[in-house]
Ligand binder design. Structure first.
Ligand code: BES
Ligand code: MN
Ligand code: ZN
Length: 506
């Protein structure tokens, strides 16, 4: 989709459609009022007839409105006047995309960014916020994953459905330069989110550890990153016995993918993002039940979020030093696979009793966390679809944050609020640690059913003692199940916002 920033009168736009807001009270937005004036009160009449009530995210397409230049007018409900929230604004924007998805309106002008949007503190959001969120919401709603569908023979005359060009209208008084920057930022973030979604949605026979490494390497040319891929032999030399233990049950070779975006000051300590890259999780010898097992292709969404975030910050030219570390492998049952009862020696030297081979995420992450020490990081954040227990605790709306430093957790929560990609701070107190006691090794890889997402975090904390660290469990937020099954691209918005804040502070 093509986006641009414009300003001008709604009644004078020669697009396939102009999009304007109306409120529940029957109150018209500025642009709806302008069209009403140009059309001798047509919009007012339509509302009086009761075809459109202005409820948030409702919509009505009007054709052939007299006195204006566009072919159509799309009325979008903004709910109660003076009560449009940030979420509500995005819902209205998404409604406008959906309403036009099945029409022949391709080239459209949206005036929704003129609406007054209130944040959680009741303060008005500026044009920059509205522009970048409009771009993201539009791209999010129009995302399709159909590369794996067979080619249908399309007739040449087939009309393209849905928006292909969107003019984001801003007031004459708005700073055009700033608006363009906001557009660029919104596009960069969308591009990172789409990338993460694509990687997540790809089938596990294609999206293998090798494939992830190739996609990362391809970003060297397109996005100016440095990428290094460590193979099994090098991982052996590093002593990553835990990571290699998980990988040994698969014919797919493991990869440790290391990305560098060094656009900050030379001596600035980097932020390290570590992403769980299990390209398929069968559970291993502790085999998972069959129902919904296909969804375990999404067990690399932590890795995908790291790659997506790198794409976004590269396209934003973010002045910050950031390193990505992705341990990628497959968790398969095999004659060679690790067994419950096996003891593995991690790169840190700590030995691990594997009581359940399905708790594999922590086994690959712990070595990646030890590896991250060498970068002398200012902070390390790992992102993982780590536990089913996290979904039981928090559901599908927010990600869980665990940290060994409260102010880092707060920083992450606030980035999530700003990006509308929220997270919640979970406890990780000392009391939980003893659930990981083992009779045969330094630590067990599971801590029982009680507080399963917390003991998983406790396990990781043992390998993250040398730096400020946070862990994001995204098991509930990285993808959707059911009819809308698909990757969400979360938490790329949160991570990107976190890094933007860090760059501003630097
Ligand atoms: N990838 C799964 C976690 C998961 C399961 C995420 C279902 C989303 C939906 C992880 O590797 C796993 O299997 N965890 C186990 C841990 C248990 C054996 C302690 C779990 O959550 O059941
Ligand atoms: Mn598992
Ligand atoms: Zn897993």
């Amino acid at each position: 989709m093509e986006f641009s920033i414009k300003s001008g009168k709604p009644e004078k736009q020669r697009n396939d459609c102009v999009i304007v807001g109306v409120y529940e009270s029957g109150k018209l937005s500025h642009s709806a009022q302008a069209i009403d004036d140009a059309s001798e009160g047509f919009i007012g009449k339509v509302l009086k007839r009761g075809d459109m009530d202005g409820k948030l995210a409702s919509s009505l397409i009007l054709h052939g409105v007299a006195g204006i230049h566009a072919d159509r007018v799309l009325l979008v409900g903004l709910g109660k006047h003076d009560e449009l929230t940030e979420k509500g604004f995005r819902q209205a924007v998404i409604a406008s995309v959906k309403a036009l998805a099945k029409t022949g309106a391709n080239d459209v002008a949206s005036f929704l960014a003129e609406s007054e949007v209130l944040n959680n503190d009741g303060k008005k959001q500026d044009a920059i916020w509205k522009i970048s969120h409009m771009v993201e919401a539009v791209n999010d709603a129009s995302y399709r994953f159909d590369v794996m569908k067979g080619k249908k023979d399309k007739s040449e005359k087939e009309v393209i459905k849905g928006i292909t060009k969107l003019e984001v209208h801003v007031a004459e008084s708005d700073d055009n330069q700033q608006a363009k920057i906001a557009l660029k930022q919104g596009l960069a973030l969308s591009s990172g989110v789409s990338f993460a979604k694509d990687l997540g949605n790809l089938p596990p026979n294609i999206c293998t550890p090798t494939y992830l490494a190739e996609r990362a390497l391809a970003m060297v040319k397109t996005h100016g990153l440095t990428v290094e891929v460590l193979e099994r032999e090098e991982l052996k030399k590093l002593g990553m016995g835990s990571f290699l233990g998980v990988a040994q049950g698969s014919v797919q070779p493991p990869k440790l993918i290391v990305l560098k975006h060094f656009h900050g000051k030379k001596d600035q300590k980097p932020v390290v993002l570590v992403g769980k890259g299990i390209t398929f999780d069968t559970g291993g010898i502790s085999l998972k039940p069959g129902a919904d097992m296909d969804e375990m292709k999404y067990d690399m969404c932590g890795a995908a979020s790291v790659l997506g975030t790198f794409k976004a910050i590269a396209e934003m030219d973010l002045p910050l030093n950031v390193i990505g570390v992705i341990p990628a492998c497959e968790n398969m049952p095999d004659a060679d696979a690790i067994r419950p009862g096996d003891v593995l020696t991690s790169m840190s030297g700590q030995t691990i009793e594997v009581l359940n081979t399905d708790a594999e995420g922590r086994l690959i992450l712990c070595d990646a966390l030890t590896y991250a020490e060498k970068f002398e990081p200012s902070a390390v954040i790992d992102i993982a679809t780590l536990t089913g227990a996290c979904v039981i605790a928090l559901g599908h709306h927010v990600s869980a944050v665990f940290s060994n430093q409260d102010c880092l957790a707060k920083e992450i929560l606030s980035a999530g609020e700003d990006a509308l990609d929220r997270a919640w701070h979970m406890p990780m107190w000392e009391e939980y640690q003893s659930q990981l006691d083992s009779n045969f090794a330094d630590i067990a890889n599971i801590g029982g059913r009680a507080g399963g997402s917390i003991t998983a975090a406790c396990f990781l904390s043992r390998f993250a003692q040398k730096y400020h660290w946070a862990h994001l469990d995204i098991a509930g937020t990285a993808w959707k199940s059911g009819k809308e099954k698909g990757s969400t691209g979360r938490p790329v918005p949160l991570l990107t916002q976190f890094l933007k804040h860090r760059a501003e502070k630097a």
